[in-house]
Design a protein around this ligand. Sequence first.
Ligand SMILES: Nc1ncnc2c1ncn2[C@@H]1O[C@H](COP(=O)(O)OP(=O)(O)OP(=O)(O)O)[C@@H](O)[C@H]1O
Length: 125
Amino acid sequence: MIPGSNRDHPTFVRSFGYALEGFVTAVTTERNIKVQLCVGAAAVVAGVVLRIDALSWVLVVLCIGLVIFAELVNTAIEAIVDLATQELHPLAKRAKDIAAASVFTLSITAAVVGVIVFARAIALY
Ligand SMILES: Nc1ncnc2c1ncn2[C@@H]1O[C@H](COP(=O)(O)OP(=O)(O)OP(=O)(O)O)[C@@H](O)[C@H]1O
């Protein structure tokens, strides 16, 4: 529900538009997400060059999507915390640090998957 609006839900097309707006805002304002998109693009290029198999593509695409997803959620949590308080607060620190840790955990997981997938692809090339 949008504050000040008498409609419960925006239309499907508008919801998609807001989601796109959120994605563009995150990409233009957050340095980390730009880096993650570049690493993802590099993994796709490497996948094409090394002709990885279908299962490897599933793993690569899942890892890219999950890392971007976690970064978007982390960015949203940062915005909510900043909206809730402009002061230093231990709970604000805890929320932001744990949200950042979720991105870090997925990034390490994706890196390990990437090493396994591409090391195997290079060995078979
Ligand atoms: N209101 C606050 N109270 C206490 N600590 C805070 C607060 N805001 C930020 N911090 C601390 O500063 C760190 C960086 O916060 P910031 O909002 O700058 O995130 P960021 O550097 O933009 O994160 P990212 O790199 O993921 O975008 C947080 O992880 C937290 O430890």
